[in-house]
Design a protein around this ligand. Sequence first.
Ligand SMILES: NC(=O)c1ccc[n+]([C@@H]2O[C@H](COP(=O)([O-])OP(=O)(O)OC[C@H]3O[C@@H](n4cnc5c(N)ncnc54)[C@H](OP(=O)(O)O)[C@@H]3O)[C@@H](O)[C@H]2O)c1
Length: 275
Amino acid sequence: MKTFLITGASGAMGSAAVRKLAGEGHTVWMACRNLQKGEMIRRQILRDYPEATLYLKALDLSSFDSVKSFASELKEEGVKLDGLFNNAGTMNRYFTKSRNGIETTWQVNFLSPCLLTRLLLPILSSDAHVDNMVSLSAHYARLTKNFPLSDEKGFTQLGGYAQSKLALLLYTLELSRRVPQYVNMSDPWIVNTPIIHLDRWFDPLADLFFRPVCYSPEKGVRPALRALFSDVRGKYFVGNSIRDYEPKYSKRYDLQDVFAQVETFLMTIAPLEAL
Ligand SMILES: NC(=O)c1ccc[n+]([C@@H]2O[C@H](COP(=O)([O-])OP(=O)(O)OC[C@H]3O[C@@H](n4cnc5c(N)ncnc54)[C@H](OP(=O)(O)O)[C@@H]3O)[C@@H](O)[C@H]2O)c1
């Protein structure tokens, strides 16, 4: 049996992943920004699987300090991981800056998962699996030269979200070439979860007509769960397929340069060994 860490474990797809893995007998570390909500989910799952081993730990991806202390505590506790699922995500309606002065969606969806992964590499077994949750929206985004973005001008809810997922996709492609672990990404398609509530006038209409045709969280998280057990690298899991987007994106972006920019930034946040 394996040990997994799941971020956003109190969310719709995060909790579905915890439930599935716990039901199969794996140990799961649930990283949640809201411990009360996380504990409620943990208890619900334990009611169905009393033998499950589920640990809960606070992680707020909008704070680099939280990411750093989360990773150091796991290391101090001697935790060893076989899998990391960077699932947590947000899609902020308005431009807001985190306490680190960075646009929040960008930090939560992209910079913090990269930082977390980098800090946890030493406790991930060499054949561990890492899956980063991206999105269909990434394919419609473009990254501009001025990233990491912290500029209110031109910010849009969907645009900022899509850019954060595209950046994560590009970083994942390059990281997968540099570490021994199996690093991949997954796209759940369009799923009936809280994140698709856009804080707009048409939300009630979408709830009525759109949500019923979306995937369930259990179905949406399937590609991620497959990625957490597949010995491939740098691949994009969606539906039942495993796609190779490296040729498309390496034509459009200098993946090494994107990676280097991100790494240079992350190294201002925490001392990291160069990859
Ligand atoms: N639903 C879709 O159609 C869809 C499509 C493509 C990709 N995705 C991606 O799938 C992932 C899971 O989302 P979901 O659809 O399951 O929606 P969700 O239920 O809203 O889950 C999002 C999770 O992220 C957590 N989170 C948000 N901000 C955080 C922060 N600052 N620090 C730590 N955790 C934070 C949330 O915490 P709380 O539980 O405290 O709210 C929640 O657990 C996200 O990365 C999302 O971008 C979703």
